[in-house]
Design a protein around this ligand. Sequence first.
Ligand code: IPD
Ligand code: CA
Length: 269
Amino acid sequence: MVDLCFLTENVKALALQAGNFLKKERLSFDRSRVEQKAAHDYVSYVDKASERLIVDRLRQLLPEAGFITEEGTGSLEEQEYCWVVDPLDGTSNYIHGHTPYCVSIALRDRREVLLGVVYECGRDELFWACKGGKAYLNGTEIHVSDQRVLDQSFIELGFPYDAERYRAFAVKVVEELYGHVGGLRLMGSAAAEICYVAAGRFEARVEGFIGPWDIAAGYIILKQAGGMMTDFSGDENCFDAAEVFASNGKIHQDLLQVLEKNKKLLEKG
Ligand code: IPD
Ligand code: CA
């Protein structure tokens, strides 16, 4: 078994280092060097350099672990342990000089997520948690909110890049929630937003067709803060699912009804 406290401390330092690199590069960011991976899905030289920095350090830290990374550095082999890395979550925000944007690093074994660290650069907020422990923001324990009423709940939505497959579902969910919840927001960084649910700022966050790097770290931070994550059918074993519904747990069933009922609108790829 790996030493989770030791690894978490090192991953916190690494997330800060990579985040500070992102902030520094932002000061002289060259927008002409942005590439497009798919329609409206962008990557820059900064995402790639951040990923190299993170992967190099993680390789030293736990040589036996494999990798799942957004920009494809490293390799996923059949290892017991696997790092799940988004070197820059919120790339579109970053490109436009907007926040939030963050670094997200998680370690999982074959069964579960063991630790997660998210550093949101704009607000200088470091979130972390590991299996069996509490969830923290800049050293202070965090908890999900106590809100139980959907009508009073502050909800974040994420719209995945694959608009054609998601559009009908998104439109229907917005139609059903708009005016019937405390507020709807779209912020552009899944990893940061899941941490905001963990910290009690929002009651829930919903998105489909998302990558494991966007959610793995947030998954354990939310769980250790008392929250809940499922897919749109209510399955909690979803840390690498494509549909992600994160909540404070207390409004989960009420909002799940809306998602479950409209799930058939999701186009299968
Ligand atoms: C994206 C962001 C965005 C979400 C997208 C993700 P990226 O990640 O988390 O909020 O809506 O689905 O792909 O591309 O900025 O790393
Ligand atoms: Ca990314």
